[in-house]
Design a binder for this molecule. Structure first.
Ligand SMILES: [Fe+2]
Length: 334
C-alpha cells in the first residue's frame, strides 16, 4: 500500500469558499495538491511540503478536525498497486498559487465549478466532504484547543500577562454575548469568545500603538482573518474612518488600507461587546470602567485619544446594559 497526503485548498471570497485544483501535466486530469509521504514525515507534514512544492503556498491554515480519505488501485509495471491518500482542508488568504513542472494548469473556482473538472468520483467526494464541513459554520471556526495554541504557542505552560488578559477578555466577551443572545440579540457568543481570545495577539510582536494592525496581519497570514476583526475593533473602538483619520495620528494610507480590507465602518453588536470586555479587564481582572481608565491614564497619560476611548466605552456600556436589562458586572461576575 502506498501512502500519500494532500490539501484541499480554498480561500473565502464574499463568505464563499473558492477552491484550488491543479491539472496533472502527464495525465491531463484535475486534482488537489498531493504526493508521497516520505520516511520520517507525518501525513500532515508531507501534505504541507507537497503543497509548497506544487503551488508555492507557504502560509495555510489546516482545519484540525477535517480529514478525507481516498483509496484506489492503479496498474504499474504489470501489477496492481493500492494507494491511500489522506486529504486535509487548508485555508489561504487569497488566490495565490504558482504552477510547478508537475502541472500544466491551475484553476480556482466555486465548489460546483471544481466538481465539474474532477473526473474521478473519489475526488468529487473529497470535495463534497470539504464543502459539507465548511457549510457547518462551527467547523469553519477553529476549535478551542487550536485557538489557544494560536494565542499561547510556546507559552502554554506559563502564559504572559497579556495572554492571561486575553483569556479573561475572552471569558467576559463570551458571558456578555451569551446573555445578549439569550435575550434575542443577534450576536454569536462563540465568535465573541474567539475574537476576545485573539484581540491582542499583535502583542506577540510588541506593545506599540500598531498592535491591533499587527495582530490582524498575523491572523490573516494564518488564514484566520474571518476572526481577526476584533484586533482592529477593540483598538479603534468602533470609531468611523473620518474620526480615525482626524484624531489617531496614524498614517492616512494605513487607515485607508484598514478600512478597505475590513468593513469597519459598519459596527456590529459583537464589536461593541468585545470593545467593552477589553475596557473592563485590567490585566486579568474584571474591574469597573472608572478603575480601568484610571489605570490606563496613569500608565500612558491622559491623551485625547484615550479620553475618547473612555467616553466610547461608557456609551457602549450604557447601550449593552439597556439591552441586557441589568448591570454588565452582574452578568460577568455571575
Ligand atoms: Fe486588551
Amino acid at each position: 500500500m502506498e501512502r500519500a497526503s494532500g490539501v484541499v485548498v480554498y480561500c473565502l471570497e464574499h463568505g464563499q469558499p473558492v477552491f484550488l485544483v491543479l491539472r496533472n501535466a502527464k495525465h491531463g486530469t484535475w486534482g488537489f495538491a498531493k504526493g508521497h509521504v516520505e520516511a520520517g514525515e507525518s501525513d500532515s507534514q508531507a501534505a504541507l511540503r507537497e503543497l509548497r512544492e506544487e503551488t508555492g503556498i507557504e502560509s495555510v491554515f489546516l482545519h484540525p478536525r477535517f480529514e478525507a480519505r481516498d483509496r484506489y488501485a492503479f496498474h504499474a509495471d504489470g501489477r496492481s498497486i493500492e494507494k491511500s491518500v489522506v486529504y486535509y482542508l487548508g485555508r489561504v488568504r487569497a488566490r495565490e498559487a504558482r504552477l510547478s513542472k508537475e502541472h500544466s494548469e491551475l484553476r480556482w473556482g466555486s465548489a460546483s465549478e471544481i466538481a465539474s473538472l474532477l473526473q474521478f468520483p473519489n475526488l468529487r467526494e473529497v470535495l463534497a466532504d470539504a464543502v459539507a464541513f465548511l457549510e457547518n459554520s462551527t467547523n469553519a471556526r477553529p476549535d478551542w484547543d487550536t485557538a489557544l495554541e494560536v494565542l499561547l504557542g510556546n507559552d502554554r505552560e506559563s502564559p504572559q500577562l497579556w495572554q492571561r488578559h486575553s483569556i479573561r477578555v475572552s471569558e467576559v466577551a463570551h458571558a456578555i454575548a451569551r446573555s445578549l443572545h439569550e435575550r434575542g440579540q443577534d450576536v454569536d457568543p462563540d465568535e465573541a469568545r474567539l475574537q476576545g481570545l485573539w484581540h491582542d495577539i499583535g502583542r506577540k510582536f510588541g506593545h506599540g500603538p500598531l498592535h491591533g494592525w499587527e495582530g490582524y496581519l498575523h491572523l490573516q497570514r494564518l488564514g484566520l482573518d474571518a476572526h481577526a476583526r476584533g484586533c482592529l475593533t477593540h483598538w479603534l473602538k468602533c470609531r468611523p474612518k473620518s474620526e480615525v483619520l482626524a484624531t489617531s495620528g496614524l498614517d492616512a494610507s494605513l487607515v485607508e488600507q484598514m478600512f478597505r480590507e475590513v468593513p469597519l465602518e459598519t459596527t456590529t453588536l459583537l464589536d461593541k461587546v468585545l470593545s467593552l470586555a477589553d475596557a473592563i479587564v485590567k490585566d486579568d481582572q474584571v474591574v469597573t470602567l472608572d478603575e480601568r481608565y484610571a489605570d490606563v491614564f496613569a500608565r500612558y497619560g491622559e491623551s485625547p485619544w484615550l479620553r475618547r476611548n473612555a467616553e466610547i466605552a461608557r456609551s457602549q456600556l450604557r447601550e449593552i446594559e439597556a439591552l441586557l436589562g441589568r448591570p454588565v458586572l452582574d452578568v460577568v461576575r455571575g
